[in-house]
Design a protein around this ligand. Structure first.
Ligand code: NAD
Ligand code: ZN
Length: 362
């Protein structure tokens, strides 16, 4: 078992990583939010696989459990989805002290987290992430929210969980493509903060893909520690938390111009990290050997290293749109050396186009 403590000025919480933790979910929730009742909100696909065990664990710890399911998929990360959760909470008359548990990937954690942040102005939230991405990224740090037609993640809040309970054994049912996407975010953490983690992923890739419990605990622990450290430095993203966007300026443009569902977020992040490291090398202030090393690792993981991309103008427009919606100017998070990044603005368009060319397949 590994525990990472997230120490924030207003609250501190533990991220517990343990094979079999799902069966101790009730004890974990009771430790931070002792109450007679709780709500278990799960991704419907995850509920079919793991919901009964989670509910049994909560009941054996003495909770009366109100259950509801969320339709899987980014398309359901909406205010309508949140409204359904409010209905379940109100229907069961859950109170200010009743904990809400999110069981699923990042879509579930973000949606349930937003409901928890706003129901009765905030109730205790326990994150129980079931994708690698959610374990190492979205469940830690307190960003919760939903999409609206105008853009992704535009409605939301900062609402830190009371605890994060991670059982790496639930990854046994995760589709391999989703596991690869989670690994992209792990590689991101390594590049921005931790050269030794990059070497660990390269060395242990076989064991990771075979889901060896001890290696998964170590992988998740190291990644959560990085995410937690960044969040502790900058809880509300006024500074270094932006480093977590390494690869994401390019990735968002790739996602926006690709057909729906054609490319997953983690796949776009892999390509985006490659483009960003090419860009840094071209600008002359990034490690020259990083693009090749990244390309080799992404290839070994099974993530794409090239994609059919639209022309430069369409990509420029997508990046400009992302910037317009989010506010500010186009900012690139670029590697300076392995384990260290810097934010660059007003990058020469020619250099950006050359970076796109490095990952373009057609
Ligand atoms: N809050 C944050 O800080 C933050 C950070 C990064 C990403 N995000 C958000 O996270 C979301 C992406 O999360 P995701 O990649 O986990 O996607 P997801 O929640 O859609 O899950 C991916 C798929 O895996 C399935 N699934 C989940 N766990 C499973 C399991 N154990 N076994 C079998 N199937 C399982 C789900 O049903 C779904 O189809 C995006 O909405 C993104 O905006 C948030
Ligand atoms: Zn991401």
């Amino acid at each position: 078992v590994a525990v990472v403590r997230v120490d924030l000025p207003e609250r501190a919480y533990d991220v517990v990583i343990e094979p079999g933790a799902l069966d101790r979910l009730g004890e974990h929730v009771r430790a931070v939010a002792p109450h007679a009742r709780c709500a278990l909100f799960a991704d419907a696909a995850v509920a079919r696989l793991w919901g009964a065990r989670a509910a049994a664990a909560l009941e054996s710890a003495g909770f009366a459990v109100t259950r509801a399911e969320l339709e899987p998929g980014e398309a359901h990360k909406t205010l309508a989805g949140v409204q359904r959760l409010y209905d379940a909470l109100l229907g069961a008359r859950l109170e200010r002290r009743s904990p809400v548990i999110a069981l699923g990937g990042g879509v579930t954690g973000d949606t349930v987290g937003f409901a928890a942040a706003t129901y009765l102005r905030g109730v205790p939230l326990v994150q129980c992430p079931t994708t690698l991405l959610a374990m190492v990224d979205s469940s830690v740090g307190g960003k919760v929210g939903v999409n609206v037609p105008q853009g992704k993640n535009l409605i939301g809040a900062f609402w830190q969980p009371a605890r994060v309970v991670i059982d790496p054994l639930v990854l046994r049912t995760l589709p391999a493509r989703e596991l690869r996407c989670g690994l992209a975010e792990c590689i991101k953490h390594a590049v921005i903060r931790d050269p030794e983690l990059l070497a660990f992923i390269e060395r242990e890739l076989g064991a990771i893909r075979a889901l060896e419990p001890a290696v998964l605990v170590e992988l998740v622990r190291r990644n959560v520690a990085i995410k937690a450290a960044v969040v502790m430095q900058d809880e509300t993203e006024t500074g270094v938390r932006a480093h977590l966007n390494f690869g994401h300026t390019f990735a968002h443009a790739i996602e926006a111009t690709a057909g729906y569902g054609e490319i997953l977020h983690g796949e776009a992040v892999g390509l985006g990290m490659l483009a960003a490291s090419e860009l840094a090398a071209k600008l002359g202030d990034g490690p020259t050997d990083l693009p090749a090393r990244l390309r080799a690792l992404l290839g070994a993981v099974g993530l794409p290293t090239r994609a059919a991309l639209p022309d430069g103008a369409a990509l420029d427009a997508a990046m400009a749109h992302d910037k317009k919606v989010a506010g500010g100017s186009i900012r690139f998070v670029l590697p300076r050396r392995l384990g260290e990044v810097q934010v660059r603005e007003r990058v020469a368009p020619d250099a950006v186009h050359a970076a796109w060319a490095a990952i373009r397949s057609s």
